[in-house]
Design a protein around this ligand. Structure first.
Ligand code: N01
Length: 547
């Protein structure tokens, strides 16, 4: 990482650079991206302000408080690496961290680096308009406040705008409603209640076993079954934690060489070249290890349908083993490409369907007809509920950005620019929107990787860029339309190389009616992406106009 204080002197005199702006930098969002961006900006001596919609830091982990919420990347890797002291002092209590612990960690970081004094909570940004004459971004908040800034960093998260489908009769329902992505902070007690849950993605798969423990009866409405691998979560092994801490830099460096930015074992051999017995042994070992590394069983799982189906069939076999009723096991068994939608990681998910107080309703061919005052109607049958949980996901990657009225050069709106899908250079910047950066934006590896190292890589890139601009007297940076178009084409070509882009997932916007079908994240992996980002910098910020 670069020296955080380089360029501080230049920026200490920011008002000389552009006295007409209130701030050097405004950051939107105080999740892990916004917090680290603020920390780096301070190191550069930038006068910075952060606006955060929530009442506290943590982003995703502030909002997603549903029962069972837990990270699917192991704790020792799902953490910041920018401060050796921080990574040495923090103790994770479980192999996979539960949401409250990750939120405590975010609060600890905010306290340790005294971040709160520059964060305005309970404030969302309504609009950001570039004033070409003044060279400032003009922002308006939800409170009607106005401010200006030379630079704007959108640290708005990839999964931060919940998707609530427009079910007919939604407003008529009289019972309690919850969305997993916007859970009440005081928690919910489902004891003695008849609960319905809509959706079977990662959030549902984590919450269903916990809600089933509490509720009098739980009914799950499944449109598409999902593959999930057991987490085998356990208390943190102190010897393992100590061994990581003895060489944290080693672990972080190894992780940076792996496509998802996680230090996991990849077997590059072909599944189809292995014998049936070898494949079974390998899949059993990965199942026993648990979690996302399952997809590292063979090198061609995301490249070849037939290879992929060997892994898919293994998981279907596990479902048949775990679920007592063969008909329910069949309904729970996906037949699409495993790993095409985000692989889920669970604790006791499939076994939950052996409970007499859990019912699975398959709505694949017969969507929910409507909500009624006392529940909902599906497949011609009325279901009565005291509470309905919408585990229906997010308007991912672009949803939050497009809810802000962002206007760049010539007053062009981001909404118009992205009408046919997101266009950006490196997922970091958008042509025609100068001095604005997006952390883990569409066109970057983001959601296909461990988010923390991806966030840090982006924030470091942006901070180094601001430092470079300060050192060289540049006031404006804007990617060229050609560089952007070339990158968008490269992102699209990369997506076509993997089976990952072949299904109706939120990666392609398929979950939101009317959203353009574009594979949004960059699929070629973190190491290649980092190489490209560094190469662009080494070539004088190739593809950017700096002036
Ligand atoms: O959302 P999802 P999520 N009628 O979009 C269904 C991350 N995450 O919140 O598949 C009926 O995956 C929809 O059905 P279908 C992770 O990256 C991480 O669960 O579209 N059903 C689907 O079953 C994850 O991928 C962690 O047919 C409707 C579900 O709702 C991402 O967040 C934990 C419907 C939505 O699933 C999103 O996960 C949680 C309708 N009209 C989340 N509309 C961890 O770190 C939607 N559905 C572990």
């Amino acid at each position: 990482m670069s020296d955080m204080n380089a360029g501080a002197l230049k920026f200490a005199h920011k008002s000389d650079a552009n006295p007409s702006c209130d701030f050097d930098l405004v950051i939107v969002g105080a999740g892990f991206a916004g917090m680290y961006m603020l920390h780096r900006a301070r190191g550069l001596g930038l006068k910075t302000k952060v606006f955060e919609a929530g009442s506290g830091v943590g982003g995703t982990w502030y909002w997603n408080r549903y029962p069972g919420a837990r990270c699917d990347v192991e704790s020792m890797q799902y953490s910041y690496q920018f401060s050796e002291e921080l990574q040495q002092e923090w103790e994770w209590s479980e192999r996979y961290s539960p949401q409250p612990e990750i939120l405590s960690y975010a609060n600890h970081v905010a306290d340790r680096f005294e971040l709160r004094r520059d964060i305005q909570f309970d404030t969302s940004v309504r609009s950001a308009v570039f004033d070409e004459t003044a060279g400032c971004w003009k922002l308006e908040t939800s409170d009607g406040e106005h401010c200006t800034a030379r630079f704007c960093v959108m640290a708005t998260g990839c999964l931060s705008t919940p998707n609530l489908p427009d079910f007919p009769g939604l407003d008529s329902y009289q019972g309690e409603t919850y969305h997993t992505g916007h859970w009440p902070h005081e928690g919910v007690d489902f004891s003695g209640k008849r609960v319905g849950i809509i959706g079977t993605g990662s959030s549902a798969i984590q919450s269903i076993p916990v809600i089933a423990e509490q509720a009098e009866h739980l009914t799950v409405f499944q449109r598409t079954p999902n593959y999930t691998i057991p987490a085998h979560n356990a208390p943190m092994d102190p010897a393992y934690a100590a061994s990581v801490k003895a060489d944290y830099a080693g672990l972080r460096a190894r992780a940076k060489t792996k496509p998802p930015g996680i230090d996991i074992d990849f077997n590059m051999a072909s599944a189809l070249s292995a014998s049936a017995g070898e494949r079974q042994k390998q899949y059993e070992a990965k199942w026993a290890h648990g979690g996302i590394p399952f997809m590292g069983a063979f090198g061609d799982l995301m490249l070849d349908d037939e290879a992929n189906d060997t892994a898919a069939e293994f998981v279907r076999g596990k479902i048949r083993d775990i679920v007592n009723d063969p008909e329910i096991a069949d309904r729970l068994s996906p037949h699409n490409v495993i790993g095409c939608k985000r692989l889920c990681v669970d604790t006791d998910y499939y076994a939950t369907y052996n409970r007499p107080d859990v019912t699975l309703v398959d709505i694949a061919d017969d969507p929910i007809e409507c909500l009624t005052p006392s529940g909902l109607k599906a497949k011609g049958e009325k279901h009565e509920f005291d509470a309905i949980v919408f585990a229906t996901g997010f308007d991912a990657m672009t949803g939050t950005l497009l809810r802000i009225d962002i206007r760049g050069l010539g007053g062009i709106s981001l909404k118009d620019k992205w009408a046919e899908g997101p266009k950006s250079y490196l997922g970091l910047s958008i042509a025609g929107f100068p001095n604005m950066f997006t952390v883990t934006g569409p066109g970057s590896p983001s959601v296909l990787t461990n988010m923390l190292p991806s966030i840090e890589q982006h924030v470091d890139w942006i901070a180094d860029c601001l430092d470079y601009m300060g050192q060289n007297g540049h006031e404006r940076i804007d990617p060229s339309p050609q560089a952007e178009a070339d990158w968008v084409a490269h992102v699209e070509t990369s997506a076509g190389l993997s089976l990952r882009s072949t299904c109706s997932s939120w990666y392609v916007g398929a979950n939101i009616p009317g959203k353009p079908r574009v594979f949004m994240p960059y699929l070629a992996g973190l190491p290649l992406y980092i190489e490209k980002c560094e190469e662009i910098v080494a070539n004088g910020y190739r593809g950017f106009a700096l002036r």
